[in-house]
Design a protein around this ligand. Sequence first.
Ligand SMILES: *[C@@H]1O[C@H](CO)[C@@H](O)[C@H](O)[C@H]1NC(C)=O
Ligand SMILES: *[C@@H]1O[C@H](CO)[C@@H](O)[C@H](O)[C@H]1NC(C)=O
Ligand SMILES: *[C@@H]1O[C@H](CO)[C@@H](O)[C@H](O)[C@H]1NC(C)=O
Length: 307
Amino acid sequence: MVESRHLGTQRKSIIAISLAALLFVIVRLTNEVNFLLILNCFEQTGVKWMPFSDKQRRPLRTHYGYINVKTQEPLQLDCDICAIISNSGQMAGQKVGIEIDQSSCIWRMNNAPTKGYEVDVGKKTTIRVVSHTSVPLLLKNPDYFFKETNSTVYVIWGPFRNMRKDGNGIVYNMLKKAVDSYPDAKIYVTTEKRMNYCDGVFKEETGKDRVQSGSYLSTGWFTLILAMDACYGIHVYGMINDTYCKSEAFRKVPYHYYEPGRDECDEYFLHENAPYGGHRFITEKKVFAKWAKKHTIIFTHPNWTLS
Ligand SMILES: *[C@@H]1O[C@H](CO)[C@@H](O)[C@H](O)[C@H]1NC(C)=O
Ligand SMILES: *[C@@H]1O[C@H](CO)[C@@H](O)[C@H](O)[C@H]1NC(C)=O
Ligand SMILES: *[C@@H]1O[C@H](CO)[C@@H](O)[C@H](O)[C@H]1NC(C)=O
C-alpha cells in the first residue's frame, strides 16, 4: 500500500518532469527569449495579462529590450495607469500637475523639467525616456537627474554605433561613467534588437523604411512602444494630433513648454518635409491614433477624438 502509493507519486513526478522538459523544448524552439518570462508567470499567483494587446498577450514586468548599464539586468516595470507628459508648449498653463502626480507611473521625455512647472506638469517622474542626443543635457545637471531624483528610471535609446558596449559607443561610455559616479542611478539602454524592432514597427505601420526614407524615430515613438508593454492604460498629456496644425482650433505654442522660441507647428512641418534627418512627427501621430483605437490610450490637452 505504502509502496504503491510511493510508486504512484514517483510516476506522477516523472510525468511532471517530462511535461516540464517537453514544455521547455517547445518554448526554446518557438521563442527562446520568452522562456524566462514563462517561468516568471508560473511563480506569480495571479498572472496579469495586458488587456489591450491583440497580438502579444503575455505577462508584464520584465522588458528584455532594456538593459541596466550597471547590473546588465533587464528592466522590470509594471504600471497600472500611466501618464505620459509631452514636452510640447501645449502643457504651459494646463494646471494638470496634481492629476498627473496621481497616476501610477509618470513618464517624461529627454530633459523636460518639472522644477518651476509643477502646477502644469506635476513633480513626480517614474521613468524618463531619453534620446542618445539628449544624454549630454542630462549630464549638464547630473546631481539633479542622478542623485536628487534617483528613484527615476532612465531608458536611453540610440543607434548601435553610439550605444555599443565595447568601448567605442560614445553615449554608452558617458552612461557608464555616470553610473560609476552615481551608483544609485537606474540607467537602462535599449538593445540593438529592440531598436530594430522599433524600426520594424514603423515600417509595418507606414509602409516606409525608416532609413531609406531619411528619418529618425522620435523619443515619443520609443516611449509609446515601451509604455504599451508596461502599462494597463495610458493617458497622454499635451500631444497634438496629426491634423492639429491645419485645424481651426490650432494654437501657436512653443515646441517645448520650457523653452521659448521655436514654434511647435513650424517645427512639425519642417521635420515632416525634411528630405533626410527629420522626425516624422505627423506621420507618427497618425499611427498613435491607430494604436489608441486598439489599446487603452487617451490623449488630452488637446483632446483627440478617436472614433
Ligand atoms: C537616493 O537618494 C536619497 C536621498 O538623497 C538617498 O537617501 C538614497 O540612499 C538614494 N538611493 C536610492 C537607491 O534611493
Ligand atoms: C477633453 O477630455 C477631457 C477628458 O476626457 C474632458 O474632461 C474635457 O472636457 C475635454 N475638453 C474639451 C475641451 O473637449
Ligand atoms: C485633432 O485636433 C483638432 C484640434 O484640436 C481637433 O479639432 C480634431 O477633432 C482632432 N482630430 C482627431 C481625429 O482627434
